[in-house]
Design a protein around this ligand. Structure first.
Ligand code: ASP
Ligand code: MG
Length: 412
């Protein structure tokens, strides 16, 4: 017998029919002898709908009231799912975040979980009932309702699994796992059986939005085995777990991530003096613009080039800030482009394999794809290229590192 936390996202509980389907899945796990705690999101579209209503009445959307409002979405689904389970003859009881209790700090709309009192859940499990817990919400010290940020039900599920020391936290969604890359770009992308927390964080932050990043961080910190799987198709999904001891067993590269949201800015011909990087990036940071990759050339004739990337939406603003600085520094030129993408190969296996970078660069060169920037970390190599080469680069690298498998049906 295992203790499992099962989380069902908005699409999985998007209609009465789907809630009934979820109830049958939960019941099947109970009948297989497991103890199951369920976490649900609001029905799909509901959180957006409620946010829209709030905006109509008060564009400032007072944070405390917004949390009271948005938390109702999950309260609807816990009650409906508990009813559906009872209808099947499976004893169940719904719990709001406050009822559990999931205690958070008071930061409305981005609250952090501080403590979970698992006594009520244990009592339900011991009595043979399924606790159905509202995701995304908690309660602060003073009894105010809080929410954990969009996608926060994943974090609720992981936090409950950690508190209960569950054997597994299963995230049911509308895709059947984590893929080697986006199947819309590379139809030969393959579902991964396993991926490490670290790899998942790199993949997630680069755009595969299967899981809330905070939930993955949380699961890694507390070593909660996390599994992503489909509500609608049976299958093993993808297990996200700690790194294997035997690194040699790991594939060199686990996946290819990309990000279309970046833009590049170069300050050319700046004086090659101490402090130049902070003189340029200081004002950018002060303007609240986040910088991703940074490259500074080796100087020549006391001059150097300095290049970095920012989010698309900050591009024009960043250009403005940098132009002002460049003038003060007497820089030769400021150039930029927002028709670039970042493509990364990710894998803990590269720790034990040399030459991954050169293999990557050679594969790109074969198709005449020019690399504009490079950055590396222990388990990731990223390049910036022109956006028109995105598909070609991803497919190329996918093949180069042997990631293709059986063609999969279009997901998402
Ligand atoms: N209902 C919330 C949202 O849409 C939380 C969640 O679904 O995880 O963001
Ligand atoms: Mg979600």
């Amino acid at each position: 017998m295992a203790l499992i936390v099962q989380k069902f996202g908005g699409t999985s509980v998007g209609s009465a029919e789907r809630i009934a389907h979820v109830a049958r899945k939960v019941q099947a796990a109970c009948q297989a002898g497991h103890q199951v705690v369920v976490v649900v999101s609001a029905m799909s579209g509901e959180t957006d709908r409620l946010t829209g209503l709030a905006k109509e009445l008060n564009p400032a959307m007072p944070a405390r009231e917004l949390d009271v409002l948005l938390s109702t979405g999950e309260q609807v689904t816990i009650a409906l799912l508990a009813m559906a389970l009872e209808q099947l003859g499976q004893p169940a009881r719904s719990y709001t975040g406050a009822q559990v209790a999931i205690r958070t700090d008071g930061a409305h709309s981005k609250a952090r979980i501080e403590h979970i009192d698992e006594a009520a859940l244990r009592a339900e499990l011991d009595a043979g009932r399924v606790p159905v817990v509202a995701g995304f919400q908690g309660v602060d010290e003073r009894g105010n309702i809080t929410t954990l940020g969009r996608g926060g039900s994943d974090t609720t599920a992981v936090a409950l699994a950690a508190a209960l020391r569950a054997d597994e936290c299963q995230i049911y969604t509308d895709v059947d796992g984590v893929y080697t890359t986006d199947p819309r770009v590379e139809p030969n992308a393959r579902r991964l059986d396993k991926i490490t927390f670290e790899e998942m964080l790199e993949m997630a932050s680069l755009g595969s939005k299967v899981l809330q990043i905070r939930a993955v961080e949380f699961a890694g910190k507390y070593a909660v085995p996390l599994r992503v799987l489909s509500t609608f198709e049976d299958g093993p999904g993808t297990l996200i777990t700690l790194e294997d001891d035997d690194l040699m067993e790991a594939p060199v590269i686990s996946g290819i991530a990309f990000n279309r949201d970046e833009a590049q800015i170069t300050v050319a011909g700046v004086p090659d003096h101490p402090g130049i990087a902070s003189l340029i990036l200081g004002p950018v940071g002060e303007a609240n613009i986040e910088v991703d990759m940074i490259v500074q050339n080796v100087g020549a004739n006391d001059l150097t080039d300095f290049t970095f990337t920012v989010h698309h939406r900050d591009y024009q603003r960043a250009l403005g800030v940098v132009r002002a600085v460049a003038k003060e520094l007497n820089a030769a030129e400021v150039r930029g482009s927002d028709s670039i993408v970042k493509v990364s190969v990710v894998g803990v296996g590269m720790r034990s394999h040399a030459g991954v970078a050169s293999r990557m660069f050679a594969a790109l060169a074969r198709d005449g794809i020019n690399i504009r920037m490079i950055s590396t970390s222990e388990i990731k190599i990223s390049v910036v290229i022109e956006d028109k080469y995105l598909e070609l680069a991803v497919r190329n690298l996918h093949r180069e590192f042997g990631l293709e498998g059986e063609p999969t049906e279009e997901t998402v």
